[in-house]
Design a protein around this ligand. Structure first.
Ligand SMILES: C[S@@+](CC[C@H](N)C(=O)[O-])C[C@H]1O[C@@H](n2cnc3c(N)ncnc32)[C@H](O)[C@@H]1O
Length: 239
């Protein structure tokens, strides 16, 4: 039996891989990876491993989660080092939890290798610290996907926390208006960072009341991170 490593690839820049992730990519026998962005992909091409793109884009699913789970179990019987590579951190909206559960249930040896999450790193690349002592004392990371329906929007709007939205591009209008309807100040600063850490990176700034409009006007495409909160007015970068 081999071992499965559920590995975070960071936000799209190879320098931001952990050393452990880097070593595992080098020594892997097989790598199952999601749709990754940035120069991390170059490292994959240098690896001796068999490469399998199991990335799922919303709308056109390449492989179901069930199929991926089954492949992980199958490969653990065929190879020594199986790497399951995911953007950011595998346990932050990355389905790493579901895969770990499945491996545990099936008696497969596995390990989770955390990665640098886009929820923190992408705001940072635009000079936005998700926490700053002068501003809100907490930050919350939410998804723009289906599970947002289970959110307590009233509580979220009232919480004095910076809100970081992943996978929110297609749902920005709904997310922003829900927050405003539930009492969040429409003048709250907001920033949207598209394709952070890549050559195509773009950063847009506005307010909660108009950031969705800016996004549509500028035709922002995923992946992008939306930051809502006073910290979004900061731009702590030089040059
Ligand atoms: C399926 S979630 C996975 C998050 C990942 N596990 C993490 O910890 O960063 C994908 C979302 O992460 C965000 N994202 C990841 N990398 C990004 C990048 N380089 N620039 C902007 N957004 C990014 C986007 O919101 C995207 O829709």
């Amino acid at each position: 039996m081999g071992k499965v490593y559920i590995v975070g690839a960071g936000p799209g820049k190879k320098e931001l891989l952990t050393l452990k992730a880097y070593e595992l990519i080098k020594k892997a026998d097989v790598i199952l990876y999601d749709e990754l962005i940035g120069d991390v992909v170059e490292l994959l091409n240098q690896s001796k491993a068999k490469l399998l793109n199991v990335g799922k884009r919303s709308g056109k699913h390449r492989m179901s989660q069930e199929e991926i789970n089954n492949l992980l179990v199958k490969f653990s019987k065929e190879y020594d080092v199986v790497v399951r590579l995911k953007g950011g951190d595998p346990f932050v909206f990355g389905r790493g939890g579901e895969e770990a559960e499945y491996l545990l249930k099936n008696g497969v040896d596995f390990e989770v290798v955390p990665g640098v999450t886009s929820a923190i790193a992408v705001p940072a690349v635009a000079g936005i610290p998700v926490t700053h002592r002068r501003y809100d004392p907490a930050f919350v990371v939410i998804t723009g996907r289906e599970s947002r329906r289970r959110l307590n929007w009233e509580a979220l709007a009232k919480l004095n926390a910076t809100i970081v939205v992943l996978m929110g591009v297609g749902k920005m209008r709904e997310i922003c208006s829900r927050l405003i309807e539930n009492g969040k100040d429409p003048e709250t600063p907001a920033a949207l960072i598209e394709k952070g850490f890549t050559k195509e990176q773009r950063v847009f700034r506005g307010k909660l009341k108009n950031i969705a409009e800016i996004s549509e006007k500028e035709n922002v495409q995923p992946p992008a991170v939306l930051v809502i909160g006073e910290v979004a007015e900061l731009s702590l970068v030089r040059g």
